[in-house]
Ligand binder design. Structure first.
Ligand code: 6GU
Length: 222
């Protein structure tokens, strides 16, 4: 898979991609991720990317030209263009899973007060990562990228996401490591038993219990 991210703040994105699991996935050629500065596509002599909104009231609005030219330069017939906006479709694990099937994603990060409405016509999908407002789409693009990359073949052990929270509309079960007793808090007996069937049953019960307590809305879906 290839992912192109269009942003006014490439360093912010690159810093995250240079660490941990995503970094390893890139090094192992399981994904190619390129970060592009929208400003580099501005045809303005001062590399301007935004201007005052017509009608007043708002602050600066991202202009269509740099973003249209960037998408034109990057898009192929297999590309899917995602626009990050709080007005988009609420993101969830099933969308992450579906997006792993794409060959090429172009992710556009909005910024400042907003972007010119005509930029929406470039998008195959508009995505929001939740009902709150961020200063820009950068964090959202990283959320989307991270959630997709960890699901790609070979990035993490298959077993690690088989029981992920949300995979079956259930939250994850509790996990423990050494020591067995930490400040009086004990690791559940069953996990030390080596009895795989019982461990599996316990984990399923804990998933159900946890989901019922914390996210009953998920149980209604499953
Ligand atoms: Cl995608 N962008 C911004 N600016 N705020 C958001 C968001 C995106 N998703 C939730 N809040």
């Amino acid at each position: 898979m290839k992912i192109d991210i269009l942003t006014l703040f490439p360093e912010v994105i690159q810093a995250y991609l240079n660490e941990s699991i995503i970094k390893r996935a890139i090094q192992n050629n399981l994904v190619t991720i390129k970060v592009h500065n929208i400003r580099d596509y501005s045809l303005d002599s001062h590399k301007k990317v935004d201007d005052y909104g017509f009608g007043g009231g708002q602050g600066m609005v991202l202009m269509p030209q740099p973003i249209f030219d960037a998408v034109d330069a990057l898009r192929t017939k297999n590309s899917k263009v995602l626009l990050m906006t709080p007005q988009g479709k609420p993101y969830h694990q099933k969308m992450a899973k579906a997006l792993t099937k794409e060959q090429h994603l172009i992710i556009i990060c909005g910024h400042y007060e907003g972007f010119d409405e005509r930029i929406r016509t470039l998008a195959d999908e508009e995505i929001s990562i939740g009902d709150y407002v961020l200063t820009g789409g950068e964090l959202a693009s990283l959320v989307i990228t991270d959630s997709i990359v960890r699901l790609l073949d070979g990035v993490i052990k298959e077993e690690s996401h088989e029981y992920d929270s949300f995979t079956e509309n259930l939250l994850d079960y509790p996990v423990y490591t050494r020591p067995v007793n930490f400040r009086g808090m004990e690791v559940p007996e069953v996990l030390l038993s080596g009895h795989h069937k019982n461990i599996e049953t316990w984990r399923k019960q804990e998933q159900l219990k946890r989901t019922k307590e914390r996210r009953p809305d998920l149980l209604e879906k499953s």
